[in-house]
Unconditional design. Structure first.
Length: 31
């Protein structure tokens, strides 16, 4: 379980980091 949980979190964090930054930048620019 630990082996599968480690990669899952890493992938989730990497995928959530790029979109989150772009969305935050667009909202900050529009606002």
């Amino acid at each position: 379980m630990g082996g599968t949980d480690k990669p899952l979190v890493w992938l989730h964090g990497e995928i959530k980091t790029p979109p989150f930054s772009a969305a935050a930048r667009i909202e900050a620019g529009v606002r």
